[in-house]
Design a protein around this ligand. Structure first.
Ligand SMILES: NC(=O)C1=CN([C@@H]2O[C@H](COP(=O)(O)OP(=O)(O)OC[C@H]3O[C@@H](n4cnc5c(N)ncnc54)[C@H](O)[C@@H]3O)[C@@H](O)[C@H]2O)C=CC1
Ligand SMILES: O=C(CO)COP(=O)(O)O
Length: 335
């Protein structure tokens, strides 16, 4: 981000995504003398195992970590002298992490939201959580179609990097980019967050429909009408509709609705088949409930999200829920 040898970056959250991003930040700086990347792990045992084994055996086992990555369980160490902090913990853990960061991070250090979801208890976007817990900090949002395991294998990946200050977003894009990882800039962080949060809910719906054997037509209809829902909620939250046609919207929606490589799709697939839900993180479960509550407050209709919430969170019968969804009055496609 600045001239000369790159300053440290902190990546907070050593799951699949935080680990892949730490690796990406390290690779991006290889030609510039290397960049220290501190990867914060929730537990000391995890930090010790990552340092000892040189890989994250649980979340990203195939990737040998770059030598400039320092796993640490000390939040203060991860934040020390950091040029920016990438936040990659699950959304429901973000507020707790942000509260711990408050005394550790100088006000000028950009915080980059890499998680996707809405807070269950409040319906808040990740950026709104940070505005409450760490007010006045520079915020960026990194979102888009990006499976961690593909990025970690060097497969071509493009994401949206959104922030209100274009120069800051451009500097961070430089700090992370490689030929295989292309951040595209946007000045609509609210749209980027909403697209990432809600695509998980639609992916759950697509998985359910696949599990029930309802066919490809139904999946295409869900993706398209799901996008219409996302745009409606986005408008009500002040996002720009065209943001949802980009990587953080349609891009991530098509990726996550394509098959069980998405954990949200896989979760829905299990529900549709009547099998036990997988234990892996599926952000869309909590986000479905949060989105429905938020939409109620804003007077926006989200029929697909409401159906997903009813099934995955409230024990609604699948057949009856789908019947009710299909029995909705016919309407204009633009409505
Ligand atoms: N895995 C992927 O391909 C991508 C994930 N994301 C997003 O990144 C976020 C994190 O996802 P993953 O890394 O995939 O999850 P993961 O399940 O692989 O790892 C979650 C990590 O968060 C930690 N964690 C759990 N609860 C915590 C708490 N209370 N406090 C601090 N840390 C806690 C866990 O120890 C673990 O290291 C999610 O919002 C996800 O939607 C975004 C893009 C791609
Ligand atoms: O956000 C992702 C890809 O862009 C990862 O999706 P899942 O969390 O559904 O696996």
């Amino acid at each position: 981000m600045s001239e000369g040898r790159p300053r440290p970056l902190g990546v907070l959250g050593a799951g699949a995504w935080g680990t892949a991003l730490a690796q990406q930040a390290a690779l991006s700086a290889e030609g510039r003398g290397g960049r220290p990347v501190r990867l914060w792990c929730r537990r000391p045992e995890q930090a010790e195992a990552l340092a000892r084994e040189g890989r994250n055996r649980r979340y990203l086992p195939e990737t040998k970590l770059a030598p400039t990555i320092e796993p640490t369980a000390e939040l203060a160490r991860a934040a020390e002298g950091a040029e920016a902090l990438l936040l990659a913990v699950p959304t429901q853990s973000l507020r707790g992490l942000a509260e711990r960061l408050e005394p550790l991070v100088p006000a000028r250090v950009p915080l980059v939201l890499c998680n996707k979801g809405l807070e269950l208890a409040t319906g808040r976007l990740p950026g709104e959580i940070l505005e409450e817990t760490l007010p006045g900090r520079p915020l960026l949002v990194l979102s888009g179609p990006s499976f961690a395991h593909e990025l970690a294998r060097g497969r071509p990946t493009a994401v949206t990097l959104a922030g209100r200050d274009p120069a800051r977003a451009a500097r961070l894009a430089e700090a992370l980019a490689t030929p295989a990882f292309r951040p595209y800039l946007s000045d609509d962080p609210v749209g980027a967050q909403l697209g990432g949060a809600l695509k998980n809910v639609i992916a759950l719906a697509c998985g359910i429909v696949e599990g029930l054997g309802l066919g490809e037509n139904a999946r295409a209809a869900l993706v398209t009408r799901g996008l219409a829902e996302i745009v409606r909620l986005g408008r009500a939250k002040g996002a720009r509709p065209e943001t949802f046609m980009g990587l953080s919207g349609l891009g991530d929606l098509t990726l996550s609705c394509a098959g069980p490589s998405s954990r949200n799709y896989a979760y829905g697939l299990a529900i549709g088949r009547g099998a036990p839900a997988p234990a892996a993180l599926a952000e869309g479960v909590a986000t479905a409930a949060a989105a429905v509550a938020l939409a109620g407050d804003l007077g926006v209709e989200l029929p697909i999200s409401a159906a997903v919430d009813a099934v995955v969170n409230r024990g609604a019968d699948l057949a009856t829920t789908i019947e009710a969804l299909l029995a909705r009055p016919l309407r204009s496609e633009g409505a």
